[in-house]
Design a protein around this ligand. Structure first.
Ligand SMILES: [Zn+2]
Length: 196
C-alpha cells in the first residue's frame, strides 16, 4: 500500500533507534509476521512512488546498518568504561562520549569495544585533534605545545595535569583497548605533535 511506517529498533532496554520510512513488502498471515524494508526519505524520491528502486533500498539499508553499528559501538564502549572518561573519570552522561582509537571503515557490523575509549568532550576533542595522545601501555601524553603554554585551571588541571598518568581501562580484559590500535594512533599523535 506504500504506506510509510516508523520502526523503533531496540538497541538496549528502554532505548530505541528510529528507522524511517520503512515499508511492508511481504505479509505472511500464517506466521503473523511481515517483512519490512527500509525506504529513502520521501524528500529523496522524485515522483516514482515511495517505495524506491532496489539499489536505493540497498543504500538506505546500508545507512541504517551504519547508524546501528555506531549506536552499538557507543553503548558497548560506555558500558565497558562504566560511563566514565578514561582519562579524568568524569561521569556526566551528557559529556561522556565513545571515541574511536583508529577509524573503523572496515569494521561495519562489528561493534569493537577494543577500538574504543570513553572520553569526556574535552578529552575526546583533544584526542581527535592530536593535542593529547595515549601510548600503547595506556599513558597519557599532552602535546608539547600545550605543555609549554600557561593558562587558567582548565589547561593546568584538565590537560597538563594528566600528562604521564595512566588511563582507567575496563575491568574485563577482552574489552580493553588493543595495544596495536593504540600504537597505530599514537604514531600519528607523535608525528603531528613533534611537527607542531
Ligand atoms: Zn575527561
Amino acid at each position: 500500500m506504500q504506506v510509510p511506517l516508523i520502526y523503533l529498533h531496540g538497541i538496549a532496554p528502554g532505548q530505541y533507534m528510529v528507522v524511517q520510512p520503512v515499508f511492508i513488502t511481504r505479509d505472511d498471515p500464517a506466521s503473523a509476521s511481515v517483512l519490512l524494508e527500509v525506504g529513502l526519505p520521501a524528500a529523496d524520491v522524485r515522483g516514482e512512488g515511495l517505495v524506491s528502486a532496489p539499489d536505493a533500498r540497498e543504500y538506505a539499508l546500508a545507512e541504517v546498518r551504519l547508524r546501528l553499528h555506531q549506536q552499538r559501538f557507543r553503548q558497548d564502549v560506555l558500558r565497558a568504561y562504566r560511563h566514565r572518561c578514561t582519562v579524568c573519570a568524569l561521569r556526566e552522561p551528557a559529556l561522556v562520549q565513545a571515541a574511536h582509537i583508529v577509524e573503523d571503515r572496515a569494521e561495519q557490523g562489528v561493534a569493537a569495544v577494543v577500538n574504543g575509549l570513553a572520553l569526556c568532550a574535552i578529552h575526546h576533542l583533544a584526542y581527535d585533534r592530536n593535542l593529547m595522545g595515549i601510548d600503547p601501555v595506556g599513558v597519557v601524553h599532552i602535546a608539547k605545545r600545550l605543555l609549554d603554554e600557561q593558562d587558567g585551571p582548565m589547561l593546568r588541571e584538565g590537560l597538563q595535569g594528566f600528562h604521564g598518568r595512566g588511563i582507567s581501562v575496563p575491568h574485563r580484559r577482552q574489552e580493553r583497548p588493543e595495544p596495536d590500535r593504540l600504537e597505530q594512533r599514537f604514531d600519528v599523535f607523535t608525528r603531528i605533535s613533534d611537527a607542531a
